[in-house]
Design a protein around this ligand. Structure first.
Ligand code: GLU
Length: 294
């Protein structure tokens, strides 16, 4: 069956919070090759909403690495930090639909509430929000809003679940996902420190930038559940998704900034060539993934 995309554009959307490692390179190369195969634009988006952690040095090094890889992207690079109004507008829209509510809780409030309910939060994962601020009465909420101006906006997943009924989406590589929407939790769509979140800005931007095929690592599959919900609520265009396997180090651990994976910058300095990079990933692996797009 021929793949039906509403647009042939793909994108690479790095956060400039560190230097790229080989995992990013694989993602960028795959997305670039996919755009070439589809005859669409390859779009670069700088996901710099996290002003504390983002840096120009890292952004420059992304451009340098892409140039070294001979990856050509479209000139209109979108910096999320310059489009906060778009995200604020989307939150207003969700407020009108009654799908978000303000959350005044701190991290420690949330932990304490979970402990009270008898569950131990796992250190690594962010715990499912227990819904404290969802349960505020109208009066309590108005009262809090009048004295507190530092709050987040959370998705009311129960309301969303009611509206959606069910959620099923298909990944080109991993197949069909039937999502139990009610178990996702009330995720933050606009943070306390910035008026958006990864989920909201990435989903909205994929729509604004007409991304027909979203390719990214399989660690983001559970984020896609949330992005699909946002698309339905805001009536956004719905791209097709392909989550690719993650690049692991010699110990089988996923490369990440947190585990201080070797950066492209340091690999280049030690003599790595572009063709060596493709050999590292295995040409046939890349081709097998590209064959899923047809
Ligand atoms: N900025 C995100 C990251 O670097 C991109 C995730 C995505 O492709 O949606 O992990």
């Amino acid at each position: 069956m021929k793949l039906k995309l509403y647009s042939n554009n793909t994108r690479f959307a790095p956060s400039p919070t560190g230097h790229m490692h080989l995992g990013h390179v694989f993602s960028a190369l795959f997305s670039y090759e996919a755009a070439k195969k589809l005859g669409g634009k390859f779009i670069l988006r700088i996901e710099d909403i996290d002003t504390q952690r983002s840096g120009k040095v890292f952004e420059e090094s992304i451009y340098e690495d892409l140039e070294w890889l001979k990856i050509k992207y479209s000139k209109d690079i979108r910096h999320q930090s310059k489009h906060m109004d778009d995200y604020t507008g989307a939150i207003k829209e969700l407020q009108k639909l009654d799908m978000v509510y303000p959350c005044f809780c701190s991290r420690s409030d949330i932990k304490a509430e979970i402990m009270r309910a008898g569950n131990a939060p796992h250190e690594e994962e962010s715990p499912i929000y227990p819904g404290t601020c969802r349960r505020l009465s109208k009066e309590e909420r108005i009262e809090k809003l009048s004295i507190e101006n530092n709050f987040a906006w959370r998705l009311n997943i129960r309301a969303a679940s009611k509206k959606l009924g069910g959620l099923v989406w298909n990944d080109l590589r991993l197949g069909k996902h039937t999502v139990p929407v009610g178990t996702i939790g009330d995720v933050v769509l606009a943070r306390k420190d910035v008026p958006t979140s990864y989920h909201l800005s990435a989903t909205l931007d994929d729509h604004i930038q007409r991304i027909g095929l979203v390719t990214r690592g399989e660690d983001l599959v559970s984020s896609t559940h949330i992005h699909k919900i946002i698309q339905v609520l805001l009536e956004l265009k719905s791209p097709i998704y392909l989550h690719h396997p993650l690049i692991l180090d010699s110990k089988g651990i996923r490369l990440s900034k947190r585990t201080r994976a070797q950066t492209v910058k340091s690999l280049k300095a030690s003599g790595l060539k572009k063709d060596d990079v493709i050999d590292l990933f295995g040409k046939e692996n890349m081709l097998a993934l590209l064959n899923l797009i047809k």
